[in-house]
Design a protein around this ligand. Sequence first.
Ligand code: GUN
Length: 284
Amino acid sequence: MTAQLIDGLALASQKLQSLKQKIETLRLTHPQPGLATLLVGDDPASRIYIRNKARACAEAGVCSIHHTLPANSTFEEVVEKIESLNQDPLVHGLLMQLPLPPHLDAKKLTQRIDRRKDVDGFNWQNLGALVEGASGLRPCTPTAIMAMLESQKIPIKGAHAVVLGRSTIVGKPVALMLVERGATVTICHSQTRALEAMTRQADILVVAIGKPRLVGAHMVKAGAAVIDVGINRLADGKICGDVDFEALKEHAGWLTPVPGGVGPMTVAMLVENTLQAYCALIEK
Ligand code: GUN
């Protein structure tokens, strides 16, 4: 069978247009929503991600302000910056780009971001709200994945979803969101035995493991929905996902490309989270 491709670029563009309209209406009576991005050091990949986030903000009418700190900043210096942005009334969303330089404790620093401005949804209060099924800011990649499944009306209730990867950024939160929507979820990771036997059971397979083209057709049930979260740079400079796209495009039921799949939709969800944080803050 020929897989239906889920076009992340087109979905992200639609999402940003609809956010733009909402923001235009709000701006008739309210100030502009603002997102602060913080980069510690100058990791080239992080700089590209931040640039993409700034472009999406501009497209939707969110003011994004970028802050950088030197790679050798101390823990206290980063805390000081986070706290000043927590206090800044023009900042409604605050994102600290990961990874941080190795001497900095990313988990501890992430917790210093005001939970109301935590547009990444990594603060433990927001993650706890997700566990509880309560409202809060939710991590962007998992919400992007859910929106992509919904865009194709892929049945989730009662489906068996297999998530490959157990990170706090993708694997664990997306598993919770799938459970919330009525899926039966299996989380697989590097220690999982008989991985193929697991993945072959999936109606929905979410792959976020960081290994180029790991998932081939032999690991996937024909007709399954396959969501590829991986972004891997090959020796020749090309970008590929964790899924062997060529092998799956005539085998899966739905498939997300890399690039142009989950990545752009994740960025659109960041803008949506910024608007959500803004609305909650201006209501006060
Ligand atoms: N680095 C890789 N993914 C992410 C993300 O979703 N948020 C942040 N802040 N950094 C990242």
